[in-house]
Design a protein around this ligand. Structure first.
Ligand code: PEP
Ligand code: MG
Length: 584
């Protein structure tokens, strides 16, 4: 049986399926024997106590690091755990011989449904707290089913309704052959982390959970966005043949490793890599990148019980800077919020998280936490070629506030006698339409601009990058996006600043040529995409790329740009970049 989804991370993975069941679905309705009733009530009480301890710990951490205000949402959650009505109802249900899991889940479902109907906005928002509490207590009642993600016993293809970015960061690379999720988009951070870690993935596979069970055979085709369940012999043979073709292309690309990213007419492009975890630095060296153009440092902050300290960050950043030296490394400061949330940061529960408390907004409202990171980055700069940039800037005031914190961090380091690069380049990401339109002002006060197309596309087109229903409309080639790119490059160059692109768009060989033609100076892409982009850059003269970009800008819709790129490039790009649906 074949399912079609979105190709999220390239590669082909074959193996037995391991299904991840969300806690609330995994609750089984079985009766309790009369002599087990009291023990079941005690079991339920111990799960409540354990949940309360979790919440106290999280609350303590947040109050300490971020202040009392942020911690109050956990007070509300603790009140829910302590609610005498909850206890009474669940005890009564257990005495009626239903098990603790079902009794508790049904009570919480009824409370959530009641809130759904109320008019009061504040109370309606409490619904997500109820879900949070429900999940936490069920996890204690049933054991943490998600632990299966990091502790798989044998190699498997993971199938789940949803896999968060920090879950993907935790996957055991040796055991996970690939993953399939029912939701998500190509530029969701789960997909990005999977690409960084070389895990084949297909997302937005609607309804797949209804059909799979543990032990089925699954094939994840992360090139075409297909998932094949229990394939027959013919289908298995097809995938084996495709895997062999992919391997041949990979060998051809490996030969480019030590060659520069230079066009046939001698134009050198800085071709850097994106990483999410310090361990990925070895992969960056293997593909022969000119540097790291985007280190998403926020992964440091996810999936842990408390904030990382300055020294811990310094050691990690220093190791990366040293390993890459003399090549540059751009540390993007914490970009938390959106789909990257850590419960101890208090970034959860927003109606529009991508338009909310995210990126630089979060960082600026926690200046102590932000400054500790900035200091760690400056300190690492004594050991390599370090640059720093800020995410999600939408105004000059935000940039100035962030630069001001850099000034204070430097003064603190001076007082402490710590060494750092006094000429460290500080830049910013252009990810919002407002930043595009004030790029000239921003470029005057920063040393470089790096365009984050993943966000810029979603904000320019008002298309959620995570929403699988919108994915066909999330269009890098739309005239609105191309004009934004051109305007940004022009504004940066007017101010004598270099301009890079570090969103996923730069990783597509044809799009990379278009970006070259638009005047972009640096491209930063995943390690998988890097050799392909290098092969493309080495095949197309910059003069041709510029002429192509002019024609692309004159097109009035995206499909025309796509047709133009195919017509002009498919005859010049190497065959293995064009292969049958194997494009990244
Ligand atoms: C982007 O938005 O293009 C980007 C590179 O940042 P992120 O994907 O982490 O939001
Ligand atoms: Mg972004």
């Amino acid at each position: 049986m074949r399912f079609q989804g979105i190709a999220a991370s390239p590669g082909i993975g074959v193996g037995p399926v391991h299904v991840i069941i969300p806690e609330d679905h995994a609750v089984k309705d079985f009766p309790i024997a009369a002599d087990r009733v009291e023990a079941e009530i005690a079991f339920f009480e111990s799960a409540l106590q354990a949940s309360r301890r979790d919440l106290e710990q999280i609350r303590h951490g947040i109050a300490h690091e971020l202040g009392e205000q942020e911690a109050t949402i956990y007070d509300a959650q603790m009140m829910m755990v302590d609610d005498p009505d909850l206890r009474r109802a669940v005890h009564e249900s257990i005495r009626g011989r239903r098990n603790a899991g079902v009794s508790f889940r049904d009570y919480m479902t009824a409370v959530a449904a009641r809130l759904e109907r109320v008019q009061d906005e504040y109370l309606r928002e409490r619904r997500s707290d109820i879900l949070d509490v429900e999940r936490r207590v069920l996890r204690h009642l049933m054991g943490d089913t998600r632990q299966g993600l990091s502790g798989l016993e044998a190699p498997a293809v993971i199938v789940a309704h949803e896999i968060g970015p920090s879950d993907v960061a935790l996957l055991d690379r040796r055991r996970v052959l690939g993953f399939v999720a029912e939701v998500g988009g190509r530029t969701s951070h789960s997909a990005i982390v999977a690409r960084g870690r070389g895990i084949p993935a297909v997302v937005a596979v609607r309804g797949v959970m209804q059909h799979v069970k543990n032990g089925d055979l699954g094939i994840v085709d992360g090139f075409r966005g297909e998932f094949e369940l229990n394939p027959d012999a013919a289908a298995s043979g097809r995938y084996r043949a495709r895997r062999a073709r992919v391997d041949t292309g990979t060998q051809a690309l490996a030969a480019l490793r030590d060659l520069p990213a230079v066009t046939p007419d001698g134009f050198k492009v800085d071709l850097a890599a994106n990483i999410e975890l310090p361990a990925e630095v070895e992969g960056v060296l293997e593909v022969g990148a000119d540097g790291i153009g985007l280190f998403r440092t926020e992964f440091f902050y996810l999936d842990r019980a408390e904030l990382p300290g300055e020294d811990e960050q310094y050691r990690a950043y220093r190791a990366v800077a040293e390993r890459m030296s003399p090549r540059p490394v751009i540390f993007r400061t914490m970009d938390l919020g959106g789909d990257k949330v850590a419960s101890y940061l208090g970034t959860t529960h927003e109606t529009n998280p991508f338009l909310g408390y995210r990126g630089i907004r979060f960082a600026l409202s926690h200046p102590e936490v932000f400054r500790a990171q900035i200091r760690a980055i400056y300190r690492a700069s004594a050991h390599g070629r370090v640059r720093m940039m800020f995410p999600m800037i939408s105004s000059l005031e935000e940039l100035r506030a962030a630069l001001d914190l850099c000034g204070r961090a430097r003064a603190e380091l001076d007082r402490a006698g710590s060494a750092y690069d006094r000429d460290l380049e500080v830049g910013l990401m252009i990810e919002t339409p407002s930043a595009v339109w004030v790029a000239d002002l921003l470029a005057r006060e920063a040393r470089f601009l790096s365009i984050g197309t993943n966000d810029l596309i979603q904000y320019t087109l008002a298309m959620d990058r995570d929403n699988q229903r919108m994915s066909h409309l999330y269009e890098p080639l739309s005239p609105a996006v191309l004009r934004s790119l051109r305007h940004t490059v022009h504004s940066g160059h007017q101010a004598q600043r270099w301009v890079g692109v570090c969103g996923e768009m730069a990783g597509d060989p044809r799009h990379a040529i278009l970006l070259l033609g638009l005047g972009v100076d640096e491209l930063s892409v995943s390690c998988f995409d890097l050799p392909r982009v290098k092969a493309a850059l080495r095949s197309v003269p910059v003069l041709k790329a510029r002429a192509l970009a002019e024609r692309a800008l004159a097109c009035d819709h995206a499909e025309a740009v796509r047709a133009l790129l195919h017509a002009e490039l498919d005859t010049v790009l190497p065959d293995y970049l064009l292969g049958d649906g194997d494009e990244a």
